[in-house]
Design a binder for this molecule. Structure first.
Ligand code: OSB
Ligand code: MG
Length: 369
């Protein structure tokens, strides 16, 4: 397909409630929406680079720079037969996986629409519904946290994840287990700890957690292998995994027993599938992480999570749990049984609501051949 036009939009969406993690407080989410036009078809993608470099070194500004100056010029005007060809054209750029994933995901949508099949089908997904969980930010007190959890469980969510930070960790876990002894429960540290905290994690071993997500440094694989050796509970890596090569290193070193896949973090759906397949072959379950995506990114996440080795519930929650109004129709909802329906229409399978997208757009720029 001849890539005739690529449009970038810096968007800023207001969250329904501030999201508190060990990395800080977020009240708004800033991302880049990518629109690709080719032969009368439009593909949509989302780059999950954020306004701040606190989760990843990438930001909206670095992703914009890399897309505008280095990746878009390689792809614009080219006649490409598939997504792999586009990836090869941008491969000289090292890193910047979130920038790459924004455009890559739009191309997957474009090619799926051209073939008139759903993105799930194009990715070789096998489920028509996915199991979903919810990621809860750090709350001011255990009482407030328990109330939130109760509400989410009533809505159907199959798994609860809480964010933790030093001093706001084991007491929350104990309080949850007292009230909800059997729920699927996991914690996410976002790299707030070091090997000196090993006793804290050994205590956590007594609370039947599904996993402990990214306890140590955001760029570490080796220290996690030392920690995993001392724990019964599975470590799951998020921040440390940017590629199949990282996943392979982590698995060969026994640094984790579970991997969180976020397409934005690994350069897109293509690399996500490679990691998914590699993990499947090595009996490593994967689950789909989230970056507070708008409906555009969320639609891609739901499609990817329909692949068979996504056996644990993902951080893919209802649109309304993040934003008052999503920018796509229909908004994503959680079914009473804790599942989300995988769209079956062509491509991402949801319509972008143009005036809502315009309302959240801070800046846009179009590149034409
Ligand atoms: O570490 O998984 C994370 C959100 C932003 C950045 C990092 C993370 C998260 C979440 C939210 O946990 C997941 C979601 O989108 O529901
Ligand atoms: Mg995480």
């Amino acid at each position: 397909m001849k890539i005739e036009k690529i449009e970038l939009r810096h968007v800023k969406l207001e969250l329904v409630a501030p999201f508190v993690t060990s990395m800080g407080v977020e009240t708004h989410e800033e991302h880049i929406i990518v629109k690709v036009d080719s032969e009368g078809i439009t593909g949509w993608g989302e780059s999950v680079a954020e306004g701040t470099p606190f989760y990843s070194y990438e930001t909206v500004q670095t992703a914009w720079h890399v897309l505008k100056e280095f990746i878009i010029p390689e792809i614009l005007g080219k006649d490409i037969a598939n997504v792999d060809e586009a990836i090869a054209l941008g491969a000289r750029v090292r890193g910047h996986m979130m920038a790459k994933a924004g455009l890559e995901s739009a191309l997957w949508d474009l090619f799926a629409k051209q073939k008139n099949i759903s993105l799930s089908k194009m990715l070789e997904g096998t489920r028509d519904r996915i199991d979903v969980g919810v990621s809860i930010g750090i709350q001011p007190s255990a009482e407030i946290l328990l109330k939130k959890i109760e509400g989410y469980l009533k809505e159907g969510y199959k798994r609860i994840k809480i964010k933790i930070a030093p001093g706001e960790d084991i007491e929350f876990v104990k309080a949850i287990r007292k009230e909800f002894p059997d729920i699927l429960l996991q914690v996410d540290a976002n790299s707030a700890y070091s090997l000196d905290d090993i006793n804290l994690f050994k205590q956590m071993d007594d609370y039947n957690l599904l996993l402990i997500e990214q306890p140590l440094s955001y760029d570490d694989i080796f220290d996690h292998s030392k920690l995993q050796k001392e724990l019964k509970t599975a470590i799951c890596l998020d921040e440390s995994i940017h590629s199949l090569a990282d996943a392979r290193a982590a698995i060969e070193l026994n640094s984790c027993k579970i991997i969180n896949i976020k397409p934005g973090r690994v350069g897109g759906f293509t690399e996500s599938k490679l990691i998914h397949d590699y993990c499947a072959a090595h009996n490593i379950p994967v689950w789909h992480g989230g970056m507070l995506e708008s409906g555009i990114g969320r639609a891609g996440n739901v499609a990817l999570a329909s692949l068979p080795n996504f056996t644990l519930p993902g951080d893919i929650s209802a649109s309304k749990r993040y934003y008052k109004e999503d920018i796509v129709h229909p908004a994503f909802e959680v079914e009473p049984d804790g599942t989300m329906i995988v769209p079956t229409k062509p491509g991402i399978g949801v319509e972008v609501i143009q005036d809502r997208l315009d309302n959240v757009t801070v800046f846009k720029e179009a590149f034409k051949m």
